[in-house]
Write a protein that binds this ligand. Structure first.
Ligand code: GLA
Length: 363
């Protein structure tokens, strides 16, 4: 039996800049998208979670006591994992029925997993009367992903899904969790941020993400630092070549975030193009998390009028972003589409991104 069905929604995100630094004490600058994951939730009178999704077959029905690392497997682990994380933090979470009615595009590098976690977290907080802050709820979402799903991601996606406000990017300092809303309204400046979904599906639980994180942690340890946030480029000279390139990405990327924030604070969004390009190059060459489709999307966007372009999110597929004068949006869209067709790649999905608000109850 269920009582009190209501709906909660949480957004996907793109990261303007500050990629693969959120597990290294770095700075990132994501913003929330208009695309949302919507979860209809109600209380059960038993301590279970019963979860269905319109995007997936079947129902997952599991006792709360049986949720834990690796259980349940698959998509439901993100949802049930949040309830587990809240319970292990000592909060009296009640059984819930969950129906995912809409979702941020899956596997597009737009953080559908954090959107699902955050919608469930808000639902659990309200239905069980926990009264937790958004920061506490975001932390539970990160634990769910790290420990139940087993993807050792940083906290950027959950933070922006919970804390974003419309027409702003979220400057997130992952060393201490501090945040600042940075005005970002591309249309007001005659610009557009295009999101180019390459439709190459990535999986963060795969080993590459974990390997990058391990390399960054190894580099910090070798330098005797708490994290690479503390390092300068010249500190990296003593590292072996492979580790130095990984660490150099992190150190230079954090510096680029500071420059982008300064430009946005000065109202000079159009000037950040070269920093976006440099971020992509660093991710491609030093961090080696790009792929041919992402490289082609960025290159064609630049050649057809974008001020700058870069992959966004974890990489190995997923999406790129391009900063484009509004008058050139059609040119860029056509050029990227044509280049993908000429290369025999799937047609990319290209949309304008509007910096949007974070998670909320929607009905
Ligand atoms: C994924 C992870 C984030 C972050 C990005 C790369 O989206 O979930 O925590 O590490 O990759 O910046």
């Amino acid at each position: 039996m269920t009582t009190g069905a209501a709906r909660w929604a949480a957004p996907g995100r793109v990261n303007l800049i500050g990629e693969h630094v959120d597990y290294a004490g770095g700075l990132c600058l994501p913003f929330a998208l208009a695309q949302r994951t919507v979860v209809e939730a109600s209380l059960l009178d038993e301590p279970r979670v019963r979860a269905r999704s319109r995007a997936e077959p079947g129902t997952v029905d599991i006792a709360l006591d049986d949720v834990g690392p690796g259980s349940p497997p698959g998509w439901a682990g993100y949802a049930a994992g949040v309830l587990w994380a809240l319970r292990v933090a000592g909060h009296p979470v009640r059984g819930m029925e969950l129906l995912v009615t809409d979702t941020v595009p899956l596997g597009a590098g737009l953080s559908s997993s954090a959107a699902l976690e955050c919608a469930v977290a808000l639902a659990a907080d309200e239905l069980s009367g926990l009264g937790l802050s958004r920061t506490e709820l975001a932390a539970a979402c990160v634990r769910a992903e790290n420990e139940v799903v087993g993807a050792r991601t940083g906290g950027m996606d959950q933070a922006v899904a919970m804390l974003a406000t419309a027409d702003h990017a979220l400057l997130l300092d992952t060393r201490d969790g501090a945040t600042r809303q940075v005005p970002l309204s591309p249309t007001g400046d005659g610009l557009a941020v295009l999101v180019i979904d390459t439709r190459v599906r990535h999986r963060l639980a795969d080993g590459q993400y974990g390997a990058r994180r391990a390399a960054v942690e190894k580099a910090a340890t070798a330098l005797g630092l708490a994290s690479l946030r503390e390092a300068t480029v010249s500190d990296l000279d003593g590292l072996d070549d492979g580790l130095r390139r990984r660490a150099r990405h992190v150190v230079t990327e954090i510096a680029r975030v500071r420059q982008v924030v300064a430009a946005l604070d000065a109202g000079e969004l159009a000037s950040i193009g070269p920093l976006l390009d440099a971020s992509h190059e660093s991710l491609r060459r030093d961090y080696e998390v790009s792929c041919r489709e992402l490289d082609l999307a960025c290159e064609m966007a630049r050649l057809s009028g974008a001020f700058g372009a870069r992959m966004t999110g974890g990489g190995f597929g997923g999406s790129a972003i391009a900063l484009v004068p509004r008058s050139r949006v059609d040119d860029v869209t056509r050029a990227v589409g044509n280049a993908f067709a000429a290369s025999g790649y799937r047609a990319p999905a290209i949309r304008q991104a509007r910096p949007s608000a974070g998670a909320s109850r929607v009905g």
